[in-house]
Design a protein around this ligand. Structure first.
Ligand code: PEP
Ligand code: MN
Length: 365
């Protein structure tokens, strides 16, 4: 564990409490039997690519009747896995009793699951149970895309004096069939990184994807966004796992997946690279400035249209005109290599701002 965490003495130089980047956490979704857990954990350790073992002991399941975790009985198994492999362990806690039990069995790191982060009462109860306990706690994003709730959970833990808080991005629930089990909505973890740059953030591709095929791409994307590590579920017999069977991989497959990733650094001191990067960034700044100027002009024109419509008592919105703008934009965007999704988001934002500006012009007394 010492290799992974910064001591209080060097914390001033390295505000992130994690020493090792990337931090790789793996293990089964759920501890099922002693044999399954020990076999999975020893195989993971043998790959030499895993820094910490995970296992779900208490499982928050959507419906009763599904496997709800082996419970406290599984903690000695995890403790044994730790002794056999020398690797630290982490479990999900959702109640003060879970905290008490996990601590009694030497668990090194705790995490708060997505279904718990959504509930301020539960998070507060955990924060109270953890007051004065020196243990790292990772907070998963809440199930739905509510950044303030995620921030709130961090604040509740921070208020107890805990200096070792990290974040886990596990994606956000959305209704209907989508490519992901939980949509990554990357802009949200990016915003958390911006607001809380001193907190390590790791990505959980398993719960984002809900399948095995997408894991590598999501993991790579998180590395490219400078995340601090990965949490990936693994199981000696994934197809027969008691929970999350579709997304788990064998320890061997996990090692191959990790080998296939390209690890990148946040920066370098190579002068040539830095010069080239700053030239390109200067171009971006220049272009952004031009775009903003054009947008400013566009809004002025929108206001002129607003006063003209006001004089003639015409509505702000004409659906046919809006369709025409979108169709044209999508076609032109395609020619320029811009995705339809981006064009729609862009025009939505611009159009809404235009409507607000026209509204102000038309309704000012
Ligand atoms: C888990 O990690 O197994 C889990 C329950 O995840 P989440 O809280 O992201 O649903
Ligand atoms: Mn799981």
């Amino acid at each position: 564990m010492e290799q992974l965490l910064t001591s209080s003495a060097d914390a001033a130089e390295n505000p992130k409490f994690l020493k090792k980047k990337p931090l790789i956490i793996s293990g089964p979704c759920s501890a099922e039997t002693e044999e399954q857990l020990i076999a999975t954990c020893t195989q993971l350790a043998a790959t030499g690519k895993v820094d910490m073992l995970r296992a779900g002991i208490w499982k928050p399941r959507t419906k009763p009747g599904l496997f709800e975790g082996i419970g406290t009985k599984g903690l000695p198994w995890l403790q044994k896995a730790k002794q056999l492999t020398g690797l630290p362990t982490t479990v999900e806690v959702a109640t003060p009793k879970h905290v008490e039990d996990a601590l009694a069995f030497d668990v090194d790191v705790l995490w708060i699951g997505a279904r718990t982060t959504v509930n301020p009462f539960s998070v507060q109860a955990l924060a109270d149970a953890l007051r004065g306990v020196d243990i790292p706690v990772f907070i998963k994003n809440p199930v739905h895309p509510d950044l303030e709730l995620w921030m709130g959970a961090v604040e509740r833990l921070q208020k107890t004096g805990n200096q070792k808080i990290g974040l886990i991005h596990r994606g956000f629930a959305s209704y209907g069939n989508t490519e992901f089990r939980n949509a990554p909505m990357w802009h949200l973890p990016i915003e958390m990184k911006r607001r809380l740059p001193e907190l390590p953030i790791i990505c959980d591709p398993s719960h984002i994807c809900g399948n095995r095929t997408g894991l590598a791409a999501v993991a790579q994307k998180s590395i490219d966004l400078d995340f601090d590590g990965l949490m990936l579920e693994s199981h000696i017999d994934p197809d027969n796992a008691w929970s999350d069977a579709k997304q788990q991989v064998t320890p061997q497959r996990l090692a191959e997946l990790l080998d296939g990733l390209t690890w990148r650094h946040e920066t370098t001191d190579q002068q040539e690279f830095l010069n080239k990067l700053s030239q390109l960034r200067a171009q971006i700044n220049q272009l952004d400035e031009e775009i903003l100027h054009l947008l400013g002009r566009r809004m002025q024109v929108a206001e002129s249209i607003g006063s003209y419509k006001k004089e003639n008592n015409i509505t702000i919105l004409q659906a046919s005109r809006w369709n025409e703008i979108l169709e044209h934009g999508i076609q032109q965007g395609q020619r320029l290599g811009l995705t339809e999704d981006f064009i729609l988001k862009y025009f939505d934002a611009v159009h809404l701002e235009s409507i607000n500006r026209q509204n102000r012009v038309m309704n000012q007394k």
